[in-house]
Design a protein around this ligand. Structure first.
Ligand code: NAP
Length: 203
């Protein structure tokens, strides 16, 4: 392949969507695994602004979730964090994010939306489901013991990846903090300090 051909190769960008409340090593391993499997040049973590199906009281303030995502990804040059959903007002819909990314990166860039397989299980009920599959390839990360039933999902547009490190869950991390149990090694060290300093999840 000539140098010209290489330059013309479309870039491949992963969009890692999640609430990240808090971000943990399972998310980081999932992003790294997806980047390796799909040859992604970059993975953009996009903390959800206002997950419309969750009560406000169930989710920590977006700014905390954003800050933790920045701290957790800072050492990996291929990982970046976007404020797109945090700064957008109203409920968070993935279709708006994918349209923004498509406009930003242009048509030569292939987009891969990466998230939990459980979350993807309901994708057919998301806004503009048909358009979602035109804008991106979807990657569902399975945690051990859970499997997405991909019946009804468009063939060739969704891939499932097994991520053993997803035995860690945000729910478990929050629960452990509430009970005064350690979360060392479940989350990056900086996240332990951030949670201790801000008092997140204690109540
Ligand atoms: P969720 O229901 O909180 O999470 C479902 C499962 O997926 C949990 O086990 C969760 O584990 C896991 N998970 C979430 N994000 C993950 C990630 N990036 N990598 C690996 N596992 C992940 O899901 P959510 O966080 O609210 O939503 C996930 C994404 O789907 C977000 O980007 C959200 O905006 C999008 N979404 C869009 C629509 C829509 O457009 N209508 C509807 C629903 C969701 P942890 O708790 O450990 O993360």
């Amino acid at each position: 392949m000539s140098e010209e051909d290489t330059k013309r190769q479309p870039r491949r960008v992963g969009i890692m969507g999640g609430t990240f409340d808090p971000i943990h090593h399972g998310h980081l391993v999932a992003a790294s695994e997806a980047a390796s499997l799909f040859g992604l040049d970059q993975v953009v973590f996009v903390p959800a602004g206002k997950p419309y199906q969750k009560d406000d009281s169930e989710v920590s303030p977006a700014e905390h979730r954003y800050q933790m995502t920045v701290i957790a990804t800072v050492s990996n040059p291929r990982f970046v964090v976007s404020r797109a959903e945090i700064d957008r007002t109203g409920p968070t819909y993935t279709i708006d994010t994918l349209r923004d990314f498509r406009d930003h990166y242009g048509r030569d860039t292939e987009l891969f939306f990466i998230t939990g397989a459980d979350a993807l299980g309901n994708i057919l009920s998301w806004n503009s489901a048909d358009e979602l599959f035109q804008l991106a390839h979807f990657v569902g990360c399975n945690r051990p013991g859970h499997r997405l039933d991909d019946a009804g999902l468009p063939p060739g547009r969704v891939s499932l990846v097994e991520v053993p490190a997803l035995a860690i869950s945000s729910t478990e991390c929050r629960e452990r903090v509430r009970k005064g149990e350690p979360i060392w090694y479940l989350v990056p060290e900086g996240i332990v300090h951030y949670i201790n300093k801000t008092g997140l999840y204690r109540h």
